[in-house]
Write a protein that binds this ligand. Structure first.
Ligand SMILES: Cc1ncc(COP(=O)(O)O)c(C=O)c1O
Length: 398
């Protein structure tokens, strides 16, 4: 079996597990017992696949970016998750978990969100399936991603602004967990990334693995071989990356490059580069790398990108880094902004700020002309337009 995958106990190497308060033990055990059974059920598979095709618009294209390829001296394909309904990869997971919640008899859905993309995806699916939806979002993120807040409200969700900590994703997760503790019976918590207690990292990775399943098929059509030389993705909690690499985890012909948010620079104290800066700890129910001080207090992360502004990382990715299966690069705000403008001017694609971090890793690598690179554009940049306009470069990137 695949050694980089989760084991029976919910661990990736020494990372993972389920560290939850007593009151949630029942919910987590129920979920652990149900998720594989539901995901493997042919009627679930059929319902999920139909919604991914007809509602989300999958498969998302694998686009050969010729001008970007020329710039970096290799062949770069973009996996276009930005073209999904609601504008990001998050919808794949939201649909899967909402269908799972329904089959588990839960009709009250809660979620956390950073950039708002996961919140919008969950609000969308809840409206589609007629479920109640409450979304927790840090007040800082409510302000910097206000278009997504309006979308969630229009979709009928209750958006609760969280004012603890630095009012970003970590604080929203804390609040969602608090809500779950108060309503363990009727509530399902749709986590938006490969984080949290087991089985969430594995559940989310499986639901997002449709990305690498499609890459295999599409590369075979384009290139006559079903694997690339490089897979690249940004990592907040790790879900678009997990989906991108899922079917290639054990294929060592494929180099995995992950981009985390360097913020103002990893040495500045204003960063969200958890794999570079973190130490082993427990965050939100999982044993993983955590940005923390000498006393084990969780440090406030910083990134220009709301979706990467998180002091933890999925246990799968912590393990991939610890075992040197993945190269993890910190990409700073300015590098991501430059990369976003470069893609916009070379290819006519405005990426999400999160995805721009994956693009910002391209100049840090040395490619051969024959190298085939697949880079996931996890979302579209509409939500980030104000930030982009505030950082408009003086001259065109092309
Ligand atoms: C477009 C986009 N990409 C990436 C991320 C980061 O999340 P993950 O690492 O789970 O893919 C987010 C999170 O909000 C996002 O909105």
């Amino acid at each position: 079996m695949n050694t980089y995958q989760v084991n029976q106990e919910g661990y990736y190497g020494e990372f993972g597990g389920a560290y939850v308060p007593e009151i949630l033990h029942g919910c987590i055990t129920e979920l652990q017992n149900a998720y594989r059974q539901v995901l493997d059920d042919p009627s679930f598979k059929e319902e999920f696949a139909l919604l991914l095709r007809d509602y989300v618009g999958r498969p998302s294209p694998l686009y050969l970016a010729r001008r970007l390829s020329e710039r970096y001296g290799c062949k770069i394909y973009l996996k276009r998750e930005d073209l999904n309904h609601t504008g990001a990869h998050k919808i794949n997971n939201a649909i899967g978990q909402a269908l799972l919640a329904k089959r588990m008899g839960k009709r009250r859905i809660i979620a956390e969100t950073g950039a708002g993309q996961h919140g919008v995806a969950v609000a969308t699916v809840c409206s589609l399936l007629g479920l109640e939806c409450i979304v927790y979002m840090g007040k800082t993120d409510v302000e910097r991603q206000h278009v997504n807040v309006e979308r969630m409200k229009m979709l009928g969700a209750t958006v609760t602004a969280v004012t603890s900590g630095n009012m970003t994703l970590k604080d929203a997760v804390n609040e969602a967990i608090r809500d779950w503790c108060c309503h363990p019976e009727d509530t399902y918590y749709v986590i938006g990334s490969t984080v949290g207690p087991h089985p969430y990292p594995d559940l989310v990775a499986r639901l997002q693995s449709v990305i690498s399943e499609e890459i295999r098929r599409q590369l075979l059509e384009h290139e006559g071989r079903d694997y690339p030389d490089y897979l690249m993705a940004c990592i907040g909690g790790g879900s678009n990356a997990a989906g991108t690499i899922y079917h290639y985890l054990d294929d060592t012909r494929v180099n995995i490059v992950l981009a985390e948010a360097g913020g103002l620079g990893i040495e500045t104290g204003q960063s969200a580069a958890t794999i570079n800066l973190g130490r082993m700890g427990v965050l939100h129910g999982s044993r993983t790398l955590v940005m923390q001080d000498a006393d084990g207090q969780v440090l406030e992360p910083y990134s220009i990108s709301a979706g990467l502004d998180y002091p933890g990382i999925g246990p799968m990715h912590a393990n991939l880094a610890a075992r040197h299966r993945a190269t993890v690069l910190a990409v700073n705000d300015d590098e991501a902004l430059r990369a976003a403008y470069e893609l916009t001017r070379l290819e006519g694609i405005i990426p999400a700020l999160e995805s721009a971090h994956a693009l910002g890793a391209l100049p840090k690598l040395k490619f051969c002309p024959t190298d085939i690179v697949v880079l996931t554009v996890s979302g579209r940049g509409d939500k980030d337009i104000e930030t982009y306009l505030a950082h408009m470069p003086n001259q065109s990137a092309s």
